[in-house]
Ligand binder design. Structure first.
Ligand code: SF4
Length: 314
């Protein structure tokens, strides 16, 4: 059996030979992050797929991310090393359900979190990520009612932040939804010097904001951010310890970029089984056999691209 170093060497050689680009999400396992040309959140990877010149792209992430790259770069060949790498949040809303919800709220503007299928994006007016969701909501005229899909925790946070009329679809990511306020209390007590970073998809979001407002977070500041937002925050912070409320894959990158600082997962078992389906063996096979190509029917891609480009233009 080949070692990690041997597999990585083979991937690097083949990548160069085929002039391919490897993109990896922040939640990928460390050995996959190490062979990627770009590591980032959904927004950074979507931008990289569109901006880079390579025509063959191996997307180490989940299905909706590869679909997003295929929508933005129809001329490129986008490969997903494991076609079963899905997302419980994206699966919580079908295009039929969205069409039916829209029919009950005519005139409302639909904002879809990027964790949605291409077919759901095609039914939406805007796409957003956790990094720019607030800016997207604020770009919509204030009198407009908004249907936010599919993450209820991110939507509730946006409603609290902006005071806008936002109806929520009751979807959730099972990894982030499992983070509870009791986990926060325990972590704050265990690491009294640490700053506290939390992703807005977390199930404890509303309780945490409430506790923060009433001053029961032991006076510690609360940083609500996307994964790339957390990386930026840590770079600029003078603190040396951080509690990280998101999928544990991000801790590898945080530690690599900040070797002098210490990071503690809010929930050590917050592991996305879909992200972890991508292995070095599968990345190598993907490059060798050019599998599994992700394509989006032109009619769906055209409508989804409109919603995505509106976001990218912000
Ligand atoms: S962490 Fe949650 S939202 Fe992200 S890919 Fe996994 S299931 Fe989907």
């Amino acid at each position: 059996m080949e070692t990690v170093a041997e597999l990585q060497q083979q991937i690097r050689e083949l990548k160069q030979q085929k002039r391919a680009l490897i993109l990896a999400h922040n939640y990928q396992v460390p050995e996959v992050q190490q062979i990627a040309d770009v590591v980032g959140d959904s927004l950074a990877l979507a931008r990289a797929a569109a901006a880079r010149p390579e025509e063959l792209v191996v997307f180490c992430g989940v299905h909706f991310m590869a679909e997003t790259a295929a929508i933005l770069c129809p001329e490129k060949r986008i490969l997903l090393p494991d076609p079963e790498a899905g997302c419980s949040l994206a699966d919580s809303l079908t295009p039929e359900q969205l069409r039916e919800w829209k029919a009950r709220h005519p005139g409302a503007v639909v904002v879809a979190y990027i964790n949605t299928s291409a077919a759901v994006k095609a039914e939406s007016d805007w796409v957003c990520t956790s990094a720019n969701a607030r800016a997207v909501i604020e770009a919509i005229p204030p009198e407009q009612e908004i249907l936010f899909v599919p993450d209820m925790f991110l939507g509730a946070w946006l409603r609290a932040q902006t005071g806008r009329r936002i109806r929520l679809w009751m979807g959730e990511c099972h990894v982030h939804a499992a983070m509870r306020f009791e986990d926060i209390r325990a972590a704050l007590q265990r690491y009294p010097e640490a700053e506290f970073l939390i992703h807005p998809e977390c199930g404890c979001m509303s309780a945490t904001l409430y506790a923060c407002a009433e001053g029961s977070l032991e006076g510690r500041p609360l940083v609500v951010a996307s994964t790339d937002g957390m990386l930026r925050y840590v770079r600029g912070s003078a603190a040396e310890e951080f509690i990280v409320g998101t999928e544990v894959g991000l801790l590898y990158r945080l530690q690599q970029e900040n070797p002098g600082k210490r990071f503690y997962p809010l929930k050590p078992d917050a592991i996305c089984p879909y992200m972890k389906r991508i292995t070095l063996e599968k990345v190598l096979r993907s490059l060798q056999e050019e599998v599994f190509p992700i394509t989006v029917p032109e009619d769906i891609a055209r409508r989804a691209r409109r919603a995505l480009e509106r976001m990218l233009a912000l």
